[in-house]
Structure formats: C-alpha cells, structure tokens
Design a protein around this ligand. Sequence first.
Ligand code: COA
Length: 388
Amino acid sequence: MTVGIDLIHFSTSDYFLGLDTYAKEKSVDLDKFHIGIGQEKMSIAPPDEDIITLAAKAADPILAQINKDEITAVLFATESGIDQSKSAGAFLHGLLQLPNRCRTVEFKHACYAGTAALQMATKMVTANPKEKILVIAADIAKYDIDSSGEATQGCGAVAMLITENPRILSIEPGSGYYTEDVNDFWRPNHRETALVDGKYSTKVYLSSLKHAWDNFVEETGRNFYDIDAFCYHIPFSRMTEKAHKTLIKKVGAKIDDATFKLQTEAGQVYNRIVGNSYSASLYIGFCSFLDNANASLEGKRFGFFSYGSGCVAEFFTGIIQPGYQDLLMADSHRQQIESRQELNYQQYLAFYHSGDTTKENVNYPATNHGKYRLKGIEHHIRQYEKKD
Ligand code: COA
C-alpha cells in the first residue's frame, strides 16, 4: 500500500503589492528584489481574510470532489495562530461543515509545521487505511514596516488530501531530521509581526539542509542522483538557488546549468508572485512545479526540504503517480493569481494597519472577494460568513 497526497490545491488573497511599487517607495534598486531575492509581487490579505478563510478557499475544490463525510481528521499547520487555545482546524471544521466524527488539531513550528502535519497524516493513514485526512498549511507572512523582511511578505494556504493509494504523490518512508534551539526568527505572543535575523536565518537554513541530508542518506541509503527534482522551503525564491547550490557542493555532484534549472525552476513560478506563505510555501512550490513543468513528471522522485526557523528541518522524498496531470488544479491556481487587484503603497499600508483583532467587537468591510470572509469579531469570537 502507498500513502500520500491524493489531491492538492492552494489559495492566496485577492490583492498584491508589486515590488516595483515597493522599490520606488523605499528608493531601492528594483533588481535587489527581482534578482537579489527573486521576488516580484507579494499577496496581501485584507482585514476580512485570515488563515481560516484562506484555508477554506484552499480546501473547497478538494471537498467538491469527494464525500466530505469521509474526512477523519483536519491537521492544520500555521504560525499565524488566531487563538491560543482553540485550534484553527476547529474554526475551519465549522465553516466547511465537516463531519462530527473527526478530529482537529493545530500544528506549530514556524514554516516546518505543514510537513509535521503531512507526515503525521501519512502515518495515521498507514496505521488505518480507512482514514482520509485533510492537511492544511496556511499563513500570512507579516513583518515590521521598513524591516528587512518587509519585502518578503505574502500569504497563502495549501490543502492536501492524504489517503491510501494516492493519485498525485506517494510519500516514501525514511526522512532526515534536524532540530536545534536557535533564534533566527520568532514571534512572541504579544506581537502580530515576526522578528527575524534574516542573514543568520539564511545561514541556519543552509546548515540545517546539510544536517537533514546526512540523516536522510543514513536512513534511506539514497543519494543525490536518485532524486529527479527538488522542492525547497521558499521564504523568497532566490533561497532555492542557494539551497540547491549548497546541496550540490556538499555531495560533490556534477550538474550542468540546464539540469539545475530542470531540477528546481518550475517550483518557483508561483512563489515569486505570491511571496512567502511560511508553512504553505514548500507546498505552493510543489504545486508550482506540478503546474509549470514542461514535461511529464510521472514516476519522478521529488526531494522535499522543509525548514522552520527556530529550528526544525526535514528532508524526505515522494514519487509522482501515473495520471497525476488529470488531478491538477492549475487553472484555479492561475486564475486566483491573475485576478488579484494591485495595491498602491498607501492602500497596502491601510490593509496593513487595519486588521486589529484585539477589540471585543469589530466589523470588517467586505473587501475579500472570495466565498469565505471574516465578517468581524463579536465578544472576542471570530465571525465567519460563507457567501453562496
Ligand atoms: N541587484 C542585484 N542584486 C542585488 C542588488 C541589486 N541592485 N542589491 C542587492 N542585491 C542582492 C544582494 O547582493 C544579496 O544577494 P546575496 O544573498 O547573494 O548576498 C540579496 O540581493 C539581498 O540583499 P541584502 O542586502 O542582503 O538584503 P537585505 O539586507 O534586505 O536582506 C533578506 C535580505 C533575505 C535577509 C531579508 O529580506 C530577510 O530578512 N528576509 C526574511 C528571511 C526569512 O524569511 N527567513 C525565515 C526563514 S527561512
């Protein structure tokens, strides 16, 4: 029996800020963003869009294709938590009217949590093949204005259905792990924005990749040449190039430029124009690879490197299943990205400053065009609305 991703779909917000607008506002050379960090646009969430509405938008087309009463668990990964006690999965469960015979739990470790949820779901289905698990990774990346991270904001959610005999990706047993208690990126409870030591974080990311790879090789006996394509966690798309170069150097592989591109490039198309989505980024990168590869990926082995600051990292692999193309939702991905409305810098600032969720009662204007919306807060309880 194989276990893995049966269906996958991602969502992003209805608005973006171009890094051309941003560069002009900050009087910085645009090439720093387009070339230096490899980013062109950042998806920006209006006040009535949060991780729950993004998650519902991501999950909707998956639930439309299955009997949703068969969902046995919702594993929700996020570092943009909306409640210290109630899990984000419980809010989503209500909004999507999922069956009561189901468990929901929230997973947290920075950008790694999506992988923790995915691997947990894989083990749960392996133990009981009747399970059908909805894994969600959803985040809104928000940094202080004028901080180095501001240009790497973004938002998005990925929904993945984990089942036996999956139709898109079977996940192979055997992972490489790495954990170290470091302070490269963190968000204390009282802060809405993350703090990051960006350059240090890049260094820890790359050293974690080397450690996780060593552990992966020990555990599986596989080598670099056994893997056809690589998806790395993408806080900004240039990080993929840095990561792949680091791995190639470490293993002493001989790879020409064309192969380097084939192994990594298709995975960055969406992330360049969506921006960082923390726990969802690796899997939006995977969607990007599936939707934008020039040739069939059937039977190819993908390597995934998941990194969460703080830090936890994992390297694992999976095999693309025959007929996977028929299950892709590329049109929905592209349509969402292309239909976003561009913000000028003042409009971006207005969104940035207007999402105060600390008040007892608040109403948000209808700004998000999607089917699901955060209407407001009543007596400290978030109120969601589904438009029919
Ligand atoms: N043309 C081309 N490249 C340019 C350039 C220009 N005009 N100006 C700068 N660059 C390059 C720099 O040489 C640098 O490249 P390098 O990484 O190969 O050295 C890159 O652009 C970034 O420039 P830098 O001056 O280092 O930018 P910065 O001080 O604003 O920091 C980050 C960049 C990535 C560290 C910052 O955006 C950040 O903190 N991001 C968040 C990181 C994060 O999310 N980490 C979390 C987990 S991984």
